[in-house]
Ligand binder design. Structure first.
Ligand SMILES: Cc1cc2nc3c(=O)[nH]c(=O)nc-3n(C[C@H](O)[C@H](O)[C@H](O)COP(=O)(O)OP(=O)(O)OC[C@H]3O[C@@H](n4cnc5c(N)ncnc54)[C@H](O)[C@@H]3O)c2cc1C
Length: 260
């Protein structure tokens, strides 16, 4: 009997995770991972990888499972304590995920003193995924499970249906072309990577544009959220504006950071 042929399109964190699950769960299928770009050239490689539980069915169990899993993979998943700070006092102070993350509490007045423009803050511990190490490891695991890898751009899912019985679409923004999903749009994020191994806590402004995320290899300081902007190249104006934002907020030194 012919083996069922499965193709997973996309080698970001979603595609690689899906490909590993299919290849390991269905060893009697032939599984191909097809992508135009692989690590370190996917959006997933650039992500800070912080897990904030989002509201969708199953979130609670999924987040609990993640917390158990990170113990098994200390090279890719870390627990990070953080402050999320708000300028707007009317924001949802105790969100549904406060029961899922570890040790949720409101920031104390003395902690908030460091951020004079902000009205309140949340302190908690959550998970960070180190995608730049995690993706190559997932790819190795996929190959070990017998998966095949093909690097090329697909022009449509229709074109793939001649060669495969099942198509798993994990193409991220590529779905705009692949399935003609016109509701998809990019949100461009530019960040700076700096060396500061002494930093272990992240700070995130609820504006979602300003943050410091320490990681295993470097600290990410951000950023931008530019809706509808497809540019991939570095914008020097954005670099300047990120640095200026931190200067206005007390200077990078107040966060334990220096630009060399
Ligand atoms: C600066 C920044 C910071 C971020 N921080 C976080 C964070 O802290 N936490 C968080 O949860 N999220 C964060 N994100 C969002 C996160 O990066 C994305 O949601 C996630 O990486 C999407 O993963 P993906 O696998 O769906 O897509 P991608 O990583 O974009 O992978 C898409 C894959 O599909 C392939 N592909 C596309 N079209 C085709 C085609 N036609 N043919 C063949 N292959 C194709 C690509 O080559 C690629 O391999 C951040 C994003 C940015 C930009």
């Amino acid at each position: 009997m012919r083996r069922a042929r499965v193709v997973v399109v996309g080698a970001g964190v979603v595609g690689l995770s899906s490909a590993v699950c299919v290849a390991e769960a269905l060893p009697f299928c032939s599984v191909t991972l097809l992508a135009e770009k692989f690590s370190p050239h996917t959006t997933s490689d650039g992500a800070a990888g912080i897990l904030f539980p989002a509201e969708f069915p199953g979130t609670r169990n999924l987040f609990k499972l993640f917390l158990k899993t990170i113990i098994l993979h200390p090279l890719f998943f870390l627990l990070f304590s953080s402050w999320q700070i708000f300028k707007d006092a009317s924001a949802d102070k105790k969100p549904f995920w406060s029961e899922l993350v570890i040790g949720f509490r409101f920031m104390t007045d003395s902690e908030l003193k460091r951020f004079p423009d902000h009205k309140f803050g949340q302190a908690f511990t959550t998970i960070k995924c180190e995608c730049s190490s995690y993706l190559p490891w997932l790819e190795k695991r996929f190959r070990r499970a017998g998966g095949q890898v093909e690097q090329r751009k697909a022009n449509s899912l229709q074109e793939l249906s001649n060669s495969y019985d099942v198509i798993v679409n994990c193409s991220g923004l590529g779905s705009k072309l692949l399935v003609g999903d016109n509701e998809l749009h990019p949100i461009r994020g530019q960040v700076l990577k700096v060396e500061a191994p002494w930093l272990h806590h992240f700070i995130k402004d609820a504006d979602r544009k300003t943050y410091i995320y320490p990681g295993m290899h470097c600290v990410t300081i951000g950023g931008t959220r530019q809706e509808g902007d497809w540019r991939l190249e570095v914008d020097e104006g954005d670099t300047k504006s990120i640095l200026e934002r931190f200067e206005r907020a007390g200077g990078l030194c107040s966060y334990g950071l220096w630009v060399r």
